[in-house]
Design a protein around this ligand. Structure first.
Ligand SMILES: Nc1ncnc2c1ncn2[C@@H]1O[C@H](COP(=O)(O)OP(=O)(O)OP(=O)(O)O)[C@@H](O)[C@H]1O
Length: 307
């Protein structure tokens, strides 16, 4: 039966739960357009993303897909052109300069790819890890040593960055990022300059921070093997979330990683490019609803014998 006008009015007026509800990170239709010399580059084109508190997530994607742009928005360094970006209930588009400063000091911690960018060269590991707390006007000696201990670098506390390996420097950088007890850690290619064994140590340290301190961790990386290290891997293509790989333990304790395409609220999804190429799909496809799946065929082909 069709609803009456007054029923429709009542529905429209009823309070609706916001997209993402109480997720820790909410990006809703996020757009970031860069303008340089009259040329517009759409780096994020309506990106949707939900991350729960305490999740350990990797963001992967080809060069130029928008990963760093997303991380810059989430870190409060950059303001998106349109859409919603909310972290821990704070609105990153409308916050005041004062709130933005507080957000960057207290809510989020950051780890950069370049090991040298994370640490001051003339301070020891311990002094580096104490610094953010001292700058915030608190005393942080105990916490700094606890963090270095948690991350397996307490025995390097007295060394300066130049006397540490790349992996040790990144683990100290994680301690620095955690010093002010942030709710969220963002890491941009934290293992980009490291070999695979050392990378694994750094991932282990991020996992430890996540499990033991409950901090939400988002890692941007090119490393395709990262899916084995984190709970969820989010693939970004052309400024939109396109796929998710979920990691779970199989019946015999083995790690199973399953890849899904992301379906947005209006039903858009991105077909993997290699699937499209394999079947010469372009511009339009034919869809057919089956009882338990939707078939997708190249426009001019007849359905294969799938039914
Ligand atoms: N400051 C800027 N001004 C103009 N265009 C920019 C700027 N920053 C990024 N872009 C463009 O936005 C798009 C997305 O860039 P972004 O750095 O977010 O990609 P990425 O996935 O992090 O790439 P990479 O893996 O190479 O770091 C690219 O086309 C890039 O050229």
């Amino acid at each position: 039966m069709n609803p009456t006008l007054s029923e429709l009015e009542a529905q429209a007026g009823a309070p609706r739960a916001a997209f993402g509800g109480d997720a820790h990170i909410v990006c809703d239709n996020l757009v970031r357009i860069y303008k340089t010399e009259g040329v517009e580059v759409v780096a994020l084109q309506g990106l949707d993303l939900l991350i729960d508190e305490g999740e350990l997530v990797a963001v992967v994607g080809a060069s130029g897909s928008g990963k760093s742009t997303l991380l810059n928005v989430l870190s409060g360094l950059d303001v998106p052109t349109a859409g919603v970006a909310r972290v821990a209930g704070m609105d990153l588009l409308s916050m005041t300069a004062k709130d933005r400063l507080r957000y960057r000091r207290e809510v989020v911690g950051f780890i950069w790819q370049q090991t040298a960018r994370n640490l001051l060269p003339y301070l020891t590991a311990r002094e580096n890890a104490e610094l953010p707390v001292r700058l915030a006007g608190r005393r942080g000696k105990g916490r700094a040593m606890e963090l270095l201990d948690l991350l397996g670098v307490a025995d390097r506390a007295g060394r300066r960055p130049g006397e540490l390996s790349g992996g040790e420097q990144q683990r100290v950088a994680i301690a620095v990022a955690l010093a002010n007890s942030p709710q969220l850690i963002l890491a941009d290619e934290p293992t980009g300059e490291l070999d695979s064994d050392t990378s694994e140590e750094v991932f282990d340290a991020l996992r430890k921070a996540n499990r033991e301190l409950g901090v939400t961790v988002v890692i941007v990386t090119h490393d395709p093997l990262v899916a084995e290290q984190v709970d969820r891997t989010i693939g970004i293509r052309d400024g939109r979330t396109s796929s998710e790989t979920l990691r779970r333990e199989g019946a015999e304790g083995q790690v199973v990683a399953e890849e899904y395409a992301v379906l947005d609220r209006v039903g858009r999804l991105q077909l993997p490019r290699d699937f499209m190429n394999a079947l010469n799909m372009e511009r339009r496809v034919r869809l057919e609803l089956e009882s338990d799946h939707i078939g997708v065929w190249p426009a001019r082909e007849e359905p294969s014998g799938e039914q």
